[in-house]
Design a protein around this ligand. Sequence first.
Ligand code: GMT
Length: 372
Amino acid sequence: MRIGIVCYPTFGGSGVLATELGKALADKGHQVHFITYQQPVRLNEFNANIFYHEVRVATYPLFDYAPYETVLSSTMVDVIMNNRLDLLHVHYAIPHASAAYMAKKIVERQGRKIPVITTLHGTDITLVGRDKTFAPVVAFSINESDAITAVSQNLRDETYHIFDIKKEIQVIYNFVDVTRFRKKPIDAFRKVIAPNGEKILLHASNFRAIKRVEDVVRIFAEVNKRIRSKLLFVGDGPERPAAENLCRDLNLFDDMRFVGKQEQMEEILAVADLFVLPSEYESFGLAALEAMAAGVPVVSTDVGGLPEINVNGITGYLDKVGDIGSMSHHAIEILQNESTLKTFKDNAAEHAKKFDIHNIVPQYEALYNKFL
Ligand code: GMT
């Protein structure tokens, strides 16, 4: 098949998932055309079946706002026609599904039919969708898609709840390449972070307010009182200064590191003992799944799609948003003795297999096949 993939190319989960999907499809012999405004971060290897088409938005003094969506639709038309694409798979309703609708109508006039599959990832529905200014376009472009998928049952339910959607939304869970994440820890790296055998807690996100990164610091402060430990922050974003200030105020700075945006998550996860995700909402929580695949238990909130991946008391714990006391208590419970920690680690790794790439990618292929 010749498949066009449209996504945000950044570190966000939707871009990561779309890129990993494209790579997996290319490995299976499909021809994959990424249409994005930047090279996707995880598109870091050469594959003869992968093509990258950059959306270049020129700025003119006449425009106060660059017409990104128009250029995106035009690029889609160009790629569909010149590469004889069989279908377009767009990740995120805004603006990708609406731009795809426009492209579909244009190529139709040229005698070409192109099915559009839209995958909903979360923020596009729960935040952007609630904003009344976006709502009509979101609802319209979802309804006009030939197929719609959501990354969790929770997101599917939320979408029906927020919008008037007439079509079936299929749940296809996000996935992880379990084999890739089963790395042996690099001793030298672990020693740099935790020279005296301390336990390593990890948080990775885009540091948006919804991630509640200050809760991570407060949970760590409690854990650190009882268990010799270190905290690793991966990623960057608007709330990072607040987290750094809180670390200084709580006198924890020597026990934590901010390593910024990182591509090789599997190397970092390999040295971690516990992943902390106290988000206010996650449609899925791909970062938590990647942690589990690396054998790292997860202490998270019980919101959105998180209960669909993190099994309470087995792969980690689920707590109420903002309940620092309970999350700290559970983190200590997991970390306090080696045999409990090992059980949680093994359970996390085992449960992640349910979401292995080999189980999920065929579900997308089956969906594509319905349109060919
Ligand atoms: O979480 C973010 O801020 C990034 C966002 C994105 O659009 O990339 O992530 C969303 O999609 C991911 C992949 O499907 C999910 O794992 C995240 O849970 C979801 N984020 C939210 O729902 C807040």
